[in-house]
Unconditional design. Structure first.
Length: 185
């Protein structure tokens, strides 16, 4: 038995790309969504605050083995890490100063509450991480990086200017701590 999904009026349900921009049912095929290059990563927004009435967003990050991203915190954004492939080392410091670190493998899940300092380093080529964030943070990547139609990692990496990164951080209430490098070594 098969089922056909239809909108009122008899038309087949299909997705206007990149995302519908409102709460409505939709599907994405592998690789579809809003794609951005930022540093050495390809970020794909699968679901944004627009489709969830401001509640949350879902994105994937694909990256090669590399350096840790800058340590940062989000004033009002909760964030998750779910490792789809590869490995990533995640470091979190809570507001009381307690530190957590884990080498995450496929199927592992991590949670970063709002206000916690955190960073991660991709530890294996072909790593892919799925993230869920609150407060519309998924659109930070498009503001900090450069939109792309490519399904490939950026070559060369896309390095935003300090002004572009600072503008994105301000808009999404993110604080970078360039003086704190917990994953060095």
């Amino acid at each position: 038995m098969t089922a056909e999904f239809a909108q009122s009026g008899g038309g087949a349900l299909h997705l206007p790309l990149p995302l519908p921009g409102k709460p409505t049912p939709f599907f994405l095929a592998d690789g579809e969504g809003e794609r951005t290059h930022l540093f050495d990563s390809l970020i794909t927004v699968l679901l944004s605050k627009d489709e969830t009435a401001g509640q949350f967003g879902i994105f994937t990050l694909a990256a090669p083995k590399g350096d840790a991203i800058p340590t940062h915190s989000h004033a009002d954004v909760h964030e998750t890490f779910y490792i789809l492939s590869g490995r990533a080392r995640v470091w979190i410091q809570d507001p009381d100063g307690e530190q957590y670190e884990k080498l995450m493998k496929p199927g592992d899940f991590g949670y970063v509450p709002a206000g916690c300092l955190h960073t991660f380093r991709v530890e294996a080529d072909d790593t892919k991480i799925m993230g869920v964030s609150s407060a519309g943070f998924e659109r930070f990547f498009g503001t900090a990086g450069t939109r792309t139609d490519s399904l490939e990692l950026p070559h060369p990496p896309y390095i935003p200017s300090h002004e572009q990164l600072g503008r994105a951080a301000g808009e999404y209430r993110q604080e970078f701590r360039f003086d704190l490098r917990p994953l060095d070594g």
